[in-house]
Design a binder for this molecule. Structure first.
Ligand code: ZN
Ligand code: ZN
Length: 257
């Protein structure tokens, strides 16, 4: 199926992973849209639901928890203007070596409608330098297996100790045991993301994960409003991996006229 055929046949009805300018370091904006702009873009794409999921607070460009009331206020304003779309305040928490495997404590999770979680550099106790070297360069013997074991242990700790809605871009930026991640997502009912922005998961990763009783979700991971609702390439990956469309929870067939 070509990308054009995919676009004509399918659409997504929700995008539960988008970033706004609340992901920032001082004046440096990691993502450029306002909440209102992301919502407007989602309405234009015909989505029923959109989530604002800025980076977790320990990320160098993560959201500032003190700004949560401002985020809630912006969402209420957008919700009032666009009552037909459901807007969620989520967060893309960071996997890190903390007691619950995340950069958000169990007590603070209730501040969000739901949490997604994924691996990123720029977070304390995430093995950033070792992971970067191992993942991007020819690394010394044994490093890959060592980092894979450590990263996977942290991810499983996060998955089993928190209610995570979506495991974002599994396999990207560092080595993980994809089988172990899929098994944990099966056991915890966590959705596996087919990310429209990152290289992983790729077709090989998806083939491995599809062997488990898991469901998938496509997210744009938009860092600017024009990217909200992107999905076509992700469906292409899923089809190439042999994943039935019915297992991707936010894909619907377009009405044929
Ligand atoms: Zn991410
Ligand atoms: Zn993201």
């Amino acid at each position: 199926m070509t990308l054009e055929e995919i676009r004509n046949k399918y659409r997504i009805n929700k995008d539960l992973h988008t970033h706004t300018r609340y992901s920032r370091t001082g004046p440096y904006l990691h993502a450029t849209g306002t909440i209102m702009e992301n919502v407007e873009a989602a309405v234009k794409c015909g989505l029923d639901e959109v989530a604002i999921t800025d980076h977790g607070p320990k990320e160098i460009y993560g959201l500032d928890p003190k700004k949560l009331p401002d985020m809630r206020r912006d969402i209420a304003e957008a919700q009032k203007k666009y009552p037909d779309i459901k807007i969620h305040l989520g967060v893309e928490a960071n996997l890190m070596d903390s007691p619950n495997g995340l950069d958000i404590s169990p007590e603070d999770i209730k501040d969000y409608d739901f949490i997604n979680a994924g691996y990123h550099y720029g977070v304390p106790k995430c093995g950033m330098i070792a992971n970067w070297i191992t993942f991007k360069l020819p690394s010394p013997r044994g490093w890959k297996e060592k980092m894979k074991k450590k990263n996977t242990e942290i991810a499983l700790r996060a998955l089993y100790n928190n209610k995570i809605k979506i495991l974002t871009h599994p396999g990207d930026k560092a080595y993980f045991d994809i089988e172990e991640l899929a098994r944990a997502c099966e056991e915890t009912g966590t959705l596996i993301e087919i990310n429209a922005r990152h290289k992983r998961p790729n077709v090989e990763d998806l083939k491995i994960m599809a062997k488990y009783a898991v469901n998938f979700i496509i997210s744009s991971d938009a860092h600017k409003p024009s990217q909200v609702g992107r999905y076509v390439r992700s469906i292409g990956l899923a089809l190439a991996a042999g994943i039935e469309i019915g297992r991707i929870v936010n894909v619907v067939e377009r009405q044929q006229i």
